[in-house]
Design a binder for this molecule. Structure first.
Ligand code: FAD
Length: 456
């Protein structure tokens, strides 16, 4: 008998419950990936993520080859393609990882119905893309946690399943046709400094993180110049690394750095359980504050300056340029640039979230939209009206201006505090620096926000 494993955002062989279950239950397995036309049509697939995905698929295929198998790659309508492949292989079962977005859940329902109509079964596996299954942890009076701290307490006590080894052999039936795997060629608009994808790359990064990085994560994670976070986010997004395995290995490493890191992994699960319970929060306010945000059309020049890293606030601009150059941005910088767009410029959080999704290699519906909402104060932040000041943040998290000088070469020659406040230069010194004046007065921005929220 034969089983199909439909890979989605779980592009790995290590610690993969659907693959393990399929191999346990069948003699032969078809590892399948469908490039879903619907996902491409929604515009969710940006070049940076398509490139990383291509790396992941090639690496998955190589890993399967090492085990005597191969990846079957199809494109088109996902349910139709899975049914076709299952039919051609005469498979009894299809295995799939659970996912949280409204689209993924509708896809799962459609797939189940279509397979059942053909006399086949769909098995959906949790703890593939999260450490704790969304919905497994709930407070007494609700279907999900709306506040992180109590969630984290429960999450920390939740028993983790064991890590599964990668299979030694994968036997794929003959005669199942595959299209050619996509590559990076032909993709335009890629960020120059884009990371490489693939399970092997992810595992190598994880090994070096556990060896050299994690112990100082608690003290170093907010240091913008130090760049001392794991950079595992795209691997978690595409599932080249397993969150369950990460939690186990970080706990084993132990110490305050590892504890702080595990807490961030819990944030990832937290946002997923919010999105699973409230799918509309992917686009609509999770909690309305009755904002009358400026739209993109109303704030065109400000939005363009923000996107281009030309706001006149060096730390904001450094971060926005890092995003364009690498398809990635440090968490502290994401918080600051999002606070700046929503609260200081008073622009709709969806405008910023869209731009991030256009570029981020780890761009993820749950993490991106719910972190944007957290920062905009329409999400789960228990202090929804806090506003980050870009100058104060710069002095605290980039005290020597190293991060700003790295990304804003116009300011690279400035000494001391001027690197964060170039507008304080006078006369010829100011004229010598080709860098814009601030596009907004911070006090005015703050006053507008406080008025809009009815705080004054
Ligand atoms: P580390 O600090 O090493 O953390 C380890 C892992 O924990 C990360 O890889 C990530 O999976 C998880 N994590 C860390 N911080 C958070 C957080 N605040 N919320 C949820 N999970 C977290 N993360 C994404 O993966 N995709 C996104 O699209 C995304 N958009 C964001 C947008 C905004 C406005 C903000 C403020 C944050 C966003 N984040 C997003 C969360 C966070 O910034 C990134 O996960 C992190 O910067 C990735 O770098 P890292 O892997 O080095 O993180």
């Amino acid at each position: 008998n034969v089983s199909v494993v439909l890979f989605t955002s779980d592009l790995r062989l290590h610690d993969h419950p659907p693959l393990r279950a399929a191999l346990d239950g069948a003699r032969q397995v078809v590892p399948l990936f469908v490039r879903d036309r619907a996902v491409l049509d929604t515009g969710f697939a940006c070049p940076n993520r398509l490139a990383f995905l291509a790396d992941c698929l090639r690496d998955l295929d190589a890993g399967l080859h090492d085990r005597g198998g191969r990846l079957v790659f199809r494109s088109g309508e996902v349910v139709e393609q899975v049914c076709r492949v299952a039919g051609a292989a005469d498979a009894d079962e299809v295995h799939l990882a659970a996912d949280v977005s409204a689209y993924a859940r509708a896809r799962e329902d459609r797939l189940r119905r279509a397979l059942e109509a053909d006399g086949r079964r769909l098995h959906v596996h949790d703890t593939v893309t999260t450490a704790a299954p969304p919905g497994a942890l709930t407070p007494a009076a609700s279907d999900h946690f709306a506040v992180f701290t109590p969630y984290f307490r429960r999450w920390s006590d939740h028993p983790l399943r064991k890590v599964l080894a990668a299979p030694r052999t994968v036997r794929v039936p003959d005669g199942i046709g595959s299209e050619e795997l996509p590559g990076r060629e032909g993709l335009s608009g890629l960020s120059e400094g884009l990371a490489r994808g693939g399970e092997r790359e992810g595992r190598a990064r994880l090994a070096s993180w556990l060896r050299d990085g994690i112990t100082s994560y608690d003290t170093g994670h907010d240091d913008l110049a130090g760049d001392a976070t794991s950079r595992l986010s795209p691997h978690l997004h595409f599932g080249t690394l397993s969150p369950v395995e990460l939690v186990h290995r970080a706990r084993k490493a132990g110490g305050p750095g590892a504890e702080a890191f595990v807490r961030q992994l819990a944030w990832r699960d937290f946002h997923r359980q919010v999105l699973a319970a409230r799918p509309a929060a992917g686009g609509a306010d999770y909690r309305t504050r009755h904002d009358s945000w400026r739209s993109e059309a109303e704030a065109r020049e400000d939005v363009e300056a923000w996107r281009a890293g030309q706001t006149g606030y060096p730390l904001v601009d450094a971060a926005m340029r890092q995003l364009r150059h690498e398809g990635w941005m440090h968490n502290r910088a994401r918080m600051l640039t999002a606070s700046f767009l929503t609260k200081t410029l008073y622009v709709d959080w969806r405008v910023g979230a869209r731009h991030f999704l256009d570029l981020l290699v780890d761009g993820d519906l749950a993490n991106n939209q719910l972190n944007w909402q957290w920062t905009a104060g329409t999400g789960t932040d228990t202090r929804p009206n806090r506003v980050l000041n870009p100058v104060a943040q710069a002095k605290r998290y980039d005290p020597d201006g190293v991060y700003v000088r790295r990304w804003v070469p116009e300011l690279a020659g400035l000494e001391g505090p001027f690197v964060h406040e170039p507008w304080r230069l006078r006369g010829l010194d100011r004229a010598a620096v080709d860098y814009p004046d601030p596009i907004v007065d911070l006090a005015e921005g703050l006053a507008r926000f406080r008025r809009a929220r009815g705080l004054d």
